[in-house]
Ligand binder design. Structure first.
Ligand code: GDP
Length: 368
């Protein structure tokens, strides 16, 4: 009897059930099959631990063949753009991760405009995407747009340096900037708090638009809101990186050993490494991609279309001037013809008005 009642209930429910609740499953299956892509740029002075942090973040060794230039080579060094791509798979989900490294940034004696290659690279990727999107075959477009830029700030200075300000200002309209306070193990807890506050103030003071975490809805869970607040308060993320594993309390962990003790990369008391990794990979990767598409790329696209329209108008004007210079009589004829047409229109309008006034007067007379 019980099983019969259950069956009845199920069929009743099925009748009311259209099936669109399964839509997320369809999207999920399709995206999993296609795989995910993400492009991350790292910028900041050499030696701040960029390569080490990337290896620690994605548990890879991306920089095996790297050759660090000596001081002489760095005097006139220009900024290179080096692209590393790795495919990572976790529980059947594939991620094609591209890291854009910028060796040489801030290395030369004169660093004026050393952010230009970074800016150009970001623009080139937008341009390529714009071309592909406007082309005939739009099926397999590769998205190489830069979704996020981790900007490394030195822990040894007093806040931002002029180069940091200029670089971030040059890039902030084109890419999501996430500021990083490098080598956090070199700061005491109080120093770190002060430095973070100073950097946040300077970011505001210089009008730098860093990546803004999306606002949560009022019905979001309390735990989510708490996490979101922690993220916002942690900017710039103070991180520690390491390429080696060390023994700590019987576990093998990524860390750094000093004569006086040890720091663990993934220990939340020691650094914001976990917060950063969770934000980048677990919670905000899709939002970073959405902001790139909806805001940064859209701005680039709108500018492109505006410039193209302006160029078409200029070209048309240029051709008219050329035609006038070549055949002045053509222009004269057109001018004369246009004047005749305009005069006729005015004449006709006046006649029409005159007739309608006369008609109204007649009407009034007949009424009286
Ligand atoms: P990059 O030039 O910015 O890519 O810097 P590297 O990753 O090559 O690191 C430069 C040096 O800093 C290396 O000797 C690293 O071992 C060291 N290093 C990297 N991360 C940290 C860190 O979090 N703390 C400290 N104290 N040293 C670090």
């Amino acid at each position: 009897k019980v099983s019969n009642t259950k069956q009845c209930n199920n069929t009743d429910q099925d009748k009311e059930y259209v099936g669109f609740a399964m839509l997320p499953n369809q999207v999920h299956r399709k995206t999993v099959k296609k795989g995910f892509t993400f492009t991350l740029m790292v910028a900041g002075e050499s030696g701040l631990g960029k390569s080490t942090l990337i290896n620690s973040l994605f548990l890879t060794d991306l920089y095996k063949e790297r050759k660090v230039p000596n001081a002489e080579e760095r005097i006139n060094k220009t900024v290179d753009i080096v692209k590393h791509t790795v495919s990572i798979e976790e529980k059947g989900i594939k991620l094609r991760l591209t890291i854009i490294d910028t060796p040489g940034f801030g290395d030369a004696v004169n660093n004026t405009e050393s952010w230009k290659p970074l800016e150009d690279y970001i623009d080139q990727q937008f341009e390529q995407y714009f071309r592909d999107e406007s082309g005939l075959n739009r099926r397999n477009i590769q998205d190489n747009r830069v979704h996020c830029c981790l900007y490394f700030i030195s822990p040894f200075g007093h806040g931002l340096r002029p180069l940091d300000v200029e670089c971030m200002k040059a890039l902030h309209e084109k890419v999501n900037i996430v500021p990083i306070l490098a080598k956090a193990d070199s700061l005491t807890a109080a120093e770190m708090r002060r430095k973070k506050m100073k950097i946040r103030e300077e970011i505001k003071q210089f009008g730098i638009n860093i990546y803004q975490f999306p606002e949560y809805d009022s019905d979001e869970e309390a735990d989510f809101k708490r996490q979101d607040q922690i993220l916002k308060d942690s900017i710039p993320f103070a991180v520690i990186g390491s390429n080696i594993q060390v023994e700590s309390k019987g576990r093998r962990v990524r860390g750094r050993i000093y004569p006086w003790g040890m720091v663990e990369v993934e220990n939340p008391v020691h650094s914001d490494f976990l917060l950063l990794r969770n934000m980048l990979v677990r919670t905000h990767m899709q939002d970073l991609k959405d902001v790139t598409r909806e805001s940064h790329y859209e701005n680039y696209r709108a500018n492109c279309i505006q410039n193209m329209t302006r160029m078409v108008v200029l070209e048309r004007k240029r051709r008219e001037i050329y035609r006038f210079q070549q055949y002045p009589q053509v222009k004269k004829q057109t001018v004369v013809k246009n004047t005749i047409v305009k005069t006729t229109i005015v004449k006709n309008t006046l006649t029409f008005h005159k007739e309608s006034v006369q008609r109204r007067l007649l009407c009034l007379e007949s009424v009286q």
